[in-house]
Write a protein that binds this ligand. Structure first.
Ligand code: ZN
Length: 199
């Protein structure tokens, strides 16, 4: 016999599927939901349903959106000739936080990883290349992660994009602001030296 009533076990099992939620956390969340008001519990269920029903990928940039094309792609105040390429939709928030980027985005939904069977066909690269071919885009900034996969993706994209005769740039990598050079590893230090600029 199960420890809990069947609906409770079912809720715990569903919550356990969420990233970072173990058996104990799932149980705690399930009991929290059980104790919550009917309105709060219903709002949670409805928001989960809505997110699945109303959100999709922007046909231009692959960002998650409820209107297609998304707000970035149709914005008259953003520079549509400057495209920042990121791995995941959540990376857009990181770039937006700087308040200094006025271009638009392209989301790849991953990075190249031959070991895990992720090749160019598994990423949303096709509509980046057709976007570049069709519109007079002036610069593509490659803001993939500074990991082996992110670097491989940037190198691959640079090769493909340069054929279209536009400026292709890579974000600088280096020493985090507020840290000490003494404690910087050699790869980061090398990247910082390579990315130096004139003053
Ligand atoms: Zn878009």
């Amino acid at each position: 016999m199960s420890k809990f009533a069947e609906p409770m076990t079912r809720l715990i099992d569903e919550l356990k599927k969420l990233p970072g939620v173990g058996a104990k956390s799932a149980q705690r969340l399930a009991f929290h939901i059980l104790r919550a008001s009917d309105d709060d519990a219903e709002a949670l269920a409805a928001s989960i349903r809505d997110v699945k029903a109303s959100l999709r990928l922007c046909s231009v940039c692959n960002n998650i959106t409820d209107v297609d094309p998304c707000a970035y792609c149709t914005s008259a105040t953003r520079n549509q000739k400057l495209v920042c390429v990121v791995e995941e939709p959540t990376n857009i928030a990181a770039v937006e936080k700087t308040r200094h980027f006025n271009g638009v985005y392209h989301v790849l939904h991953g990075s190249l990883s031959p070991l895990h069977g992720v090749g160019p066909e598994q990423l949303r690269i096709g509509n980046l290349l057709s976007r570049v071919a069709k519109n007079d885009i002036e610069e593509v900034i490659l803001a993939t992660n500074p990991t082996v996969e992110g670097e491989a993706t940037a190198t691959y994209l640079a090769q493909q994009l340069k054929r279209h005769g536009l400026r292709v740039t890579r974000i600088a990598m280096g020493i985090p602001v507020g840290s000490d050079i003494e404690y910087t590893d050699e790869v980061t230090m090398l990247k910082a030296m390579e990315g130096r600029r004139d003053m």
